[in-house]
Design a protein around this ligand. Sequence first.
Ligand code: PGA
Length: 251
Amino acid sequence: MSKMIVANWKMNMTSAQANEFFDEYAKHIKKTKNKVVICAPFTTMPTVFKRRRLGFKLGAQNVHPAENGTHTGEISAKMLVDAKVTSVIIGHSERRAQFGECNSFINAKIKAAVAAGLQVIFCIGETADEREMGKTFEVLKKQFIEGMADIGAEAKKNIVIAYEPVWAISGGDPNKPSPTPKSAEIAEVHAFIRKLGKKQLKSSRIPILYGGSANDKNFKEIFVIENVDGALVGGASLVPSKFAAMCNFNK
Ligand code: PGA
């Protein structure tokens, strides 16, 4: 089964750095059936798009629900399409925590993105405290149901879920790695999300990615877990050889 591997470059990579990344990535990447998406910062998008023959699609990390108007610093779905973007990450925990994005705002973003024909990579995940209190499934269900509220049947075909336990996302310091969930923990949550997808979206094969310290060392273990259709990759996606190793997955 082919996988979907999404790079989340976050606030990293100037155009010059992206070109250096691709020069090196080209040496490692093989022809693959996997779907690769690189979610780049806005200013780096033209450079990333130019290198698309390396076999990936261009993605974005944010979108505003409005079509245009007085929203200083924001970007619309139409503008993303104009920049040749085909996928967009929505609901990432960093945006929820750092910019106060709530489920209803996320829902509005999802609606705007799918209306513009963009594929949505919709992130959900519990914090360490929520897991400790035994609230993981409750939190995920709320994020899922409220984020997906009133999404039309056609639009649902363009949605990918990313399960990202907040406690597993790397903090950017390689000397302080975050814990990664056990395979059984990932399997349990992905099975739960699969059920939610069937019930809420009437979709039996909505792709479900895992995200949170996924890297070249652990991806083979993660990719064979049932209901794991790929990965959303932060830190390891900035290192060409590591990211290419993950994209080359073949099983
Ligand atoms: P990480 O980030 O792979 O660096 O943990 C994943 C993400 O935040 O999407």
